[in-house]
Design a protein around this ligand. Structure first.
Ligand code: 3PG
Length: 210
């Protein structure tokens, strides 16, 4: 998968569930809830010790799910994620050695940016799909409106502080392809997650490309 294919895969949904696994077995109900709710995407963060095993479990038990790794800080985490089956790697900031490493492996890398210098470092690496993090405290929609005319080739995936209250404002912006958020998988049961996912998809349907 390359970054264009990644964009095509996420655009119809407009949402990227960002998940910290508190227990490995939570992966099963999260995978089921996401698939039943109609949002087959999961970014499993390396904020917990279960990231690698959780990615492997989701890839094995839910082959329809597009599984990636989030909060990747080091090349060895990226390698572990890729070996476990992750098809995209997300980092909170722009770490040049991590970006170079992941590019060499051919996996999609989506580094986080929150200012023009970081955007230009990404451009220099040939990247055009970037996480905007932490979105709300970095200026949110106003930041994106200010930088988009300068960098029209960049597709942003805002994350951090996004919820049902503000997600439509982000998705209405042409430079935003999807928003990341942890709210989607907090319910604790597969049924609860599927319900939250359906509610969220209904809310964003009709905004921009979604
Ligand atoms: C991320 O890593 O993308 C964010 O921490 C998710 O932020 P949220 O918990 O505010 O949705």
């Amino acid at each position: 998968m390359n970054s264009d294919q990644f964009l095509q895969a996420i655009r119809p949904y407009g949402l990227i569930p960002v998940i910290k696994l508190e227990h490995l077995e939570d992966a099963r109900c999260i995978g089921k809830g996401l698939c039943d709710g109609g949002l087959p995407i999961a970014e499993i963060t390396f904020r917990s010790e279960y990231a690698e095993a959780g990615i492997a479990l989701l890839c094995k038990e839910f082959p329809e799910l597009l599984v990636g790794a989030g909060t990747v800080l080091t090349p060895s985490q990226a390698d572990a994620a890729r070996s476990a089956g992750a098809r995209f790697i997300v980092s909170p900031g722009f770490n040049p050695s991590l970006v170079d490493h992941v590019l060499r492996t051919g996996t999609v890398i989506i580094p986080g940016v929150s200012n023009p210098s970081q955007i230009e470092w990404a451009l220099e690496k040939g990247l055009s799909v970037l996480k905007f993090f932490p979105a709300e405290v970095s200026g949110g929609v106003r930041f994106l409106k200010a930088v988009a005319p300068v960098y029209p080739q960049i597709h942003f995936l805002p994350s951090g502080g996004i919820s049902l209250d503000n997600v439509r404002e982000y998705l209405a912006l042409p430079m935003v392809s999807a928003c990341g958020g942890s709210w989607l998988t907090k319910a604790g049961t597969a049924e609860g997650i599927a319900a939250e996912v359906r509610k969220s998809l209904n809310l964003v349907r009709g905004v921009a490309d979604v």
